[in-house]
Design a protein around this ligand. Structure first.
Ligand SMILES: Cc1ncc(COP(=O)(O)O)c(C=O)c1O
Length: 430
């Protein structure tokens, strides 16, 4: 079957809710993908920040096949060795105080289960009606509460109250690019706005505040340092549980194991997925004892969550990140990108801002540097041009005008330089 026939079949049988790239991928190795016609691409998106250790890593293949030969599935009714070792490991690598993990299958599920945990915790404290506060421009998933928490209307159209449940409110996003204030001032202002959101839009009881440390789908938005200082003070004073959504930013993506480490964040719950399984469907929410202990037997269960194969792969994935120094490589190659992108910014007036940490980089394109008018059409053209030149990059942002560089963390400097050359050419073309 050739790619045209395959895509035609897909149109006939797949629910057409995806925006897909017209490429049929057949193989991947390290940071290189190959399509059905044998064309190779440097992968600068890693299956949306997932394949952090690289495609088809031998040790992941080995971990999966070894476990599959022993035991593929048990359901959550039984103990298994990989699952217990994994939750022990997660307590070791996450911030102090986070201790009890619930394993599931996707980022959406991790967020849903975080909500269930804080709701149960609120109930156990005699405050069952607690509101949930999220950020405008955020992304937390496309189902149920995770969709309601997502702060972007483009994901909500046509879904009525399914996408807008009562008790969920959104606070201003610390997205400083179009602010007239100095960055620090703006960060403080946005954090203080959370108090206004609580006082004006809720009955006062808040079950939790959730945010991504770096907003991924929203356009790789990095909040100013001042935001986190004020935010953590407010949450502490008001005794509001803090859910840090590290689904996209975790597992070395930003040059630290978790992005929250840049600001010494100590959340009460943390969600993770994507880079956690190196491509296998596994996700988690980890919580403090105080919160996790509000759960009683029967409150939670998953047939597949934390299945032995995914758990074994996830454990090996963590080992590889350390053994191959991939978190440091993320910081190093991130710097190569950053320095060169700042040079490119001087050449191309389309580049409004370059931002991010490690290998979670966003390039916001605008038609005019003064008005900062978003340039979504040009952004799409650059993505397509790069694709035709053998480089896959991501596209995002609330205006659809942010190029996203989120490659496997094993990307080499030579590969990064090729990507930069193609990007330079792509921007010149557009
Ligand atoms: C921060 C964040 N949370 C949650 C999700 C949802 O994850 P999934 O697509 O695995 O359900 C995503 C996905 O992009 C995300 O970036």
């Amino acid at each position: 079957m050739n790619s045209e026939e395959l895509m035609k079949k897909d149109k006939e049988f797949f629910v057409q809710g995806y925006t897909r790239v017209p490429i049929v991928l057949t193989e991947g190795k390290g940071a290189v993908l190959t399509d059905i016609n044998g064309k190779e691409y440097i992968d600068c998106f890693a299956g949306i920040a997932v394949s952090n250790v690289g495609h088809a890593h031998e040790r992941l293949v080995q971990a999966a096949t070894t476990q599959m030969k022993k035991l593929i599935h048990t359901s959550g009714r039984f103990f298994t060795i990989p699952q217990t070792l994994l939750v022990e490991k997660l307590a070791e690598i996450t911030p102090t105080g986070l201790r009890h993990t619930y394993l599931c299958n996707s980022g959406t599920e991790a967020v849903e289960n975080a909500v269930k945990l804080v709701k149960k915790y609120a109930y156990s404290r005699g405050k069952p009606g607690g509101a949930l506060i999220a950020l405008e421009c955020s992304f937390h998933g496309r189902l149920g509460y995770s969709l309601c928490l997502t702060g972007q209307s483009k994901y909500k159209k046509g879904f009525d109250t399914y996408a807008n449940a009562p008790g969920i409110v959104h606070a201003p996003v610390p997205y400083s690019y179009r602010s007239k204030l100095d960055e620090d001032e703006f960060g403080i202002e946005c954090a203080l706005a959370i108090e206004k959101t609580i006082d004006r839009h809720t009955a006062g009881d808040v079950a939790a505040f959730i945010m991504e440390p770096i907003l991924g789908e929203g356009g790789i938005i990095v909040p100013p340092d001042s935001y986190f200082e004020t935010l953590t003070k407010i949450l502490k004073e008001r005794d509001i549980p803090f859910i840090l959504d590290e689904v996209q930013s975790g597992f070395g993506r930003t040059g630290k194991f978790f992005a929250g480490e840049y600001w010494n964040l100590n959340p009460d719950l943390m969600t993770m997925a994507k880079g956690m399984g190196g491509g296998m469907p596994i996700a988690a929410v980890i919580a403090t004892s105080k919160i996790a202990n509000s759960v009683v037997s029967g409150d939670f269960f998953s047939t597949y969550g934390g299945n032995p194969v995914c758990s074994a792969v996830s454990l090996e994935n963590i080992n590889i990140l350390h053994d191959e120094n991939l978190i440091q490589n993320s910081a190093n190659i991130g710097k190569v990108f950053f320095d060169s992108l700042l040079d490119l910014q001087k050449k191309h007036s389309l580049i409004g801002e370059v931002r991010g940490k490690g290998l979670m980089i966003g390039i916001e394109l605008v038609t005019d540097l003064d008005t900062k008018k978003p340039a979504p059409e040009q952004t799409k053209k650059v993505v397509n041009k790069l694709q035709s030149e053998g480089v896959i990059i991501g596209l995002g942002g609330i205006y659809g005008n942010v190029l996203r560089l989120q490659p496997p963390l094993c990307l080499s400097e030579d590969q990064a330089i090729t990507v930069l050359e193609k990007l330079d050419e792509g921007l010149r073309n557009v």
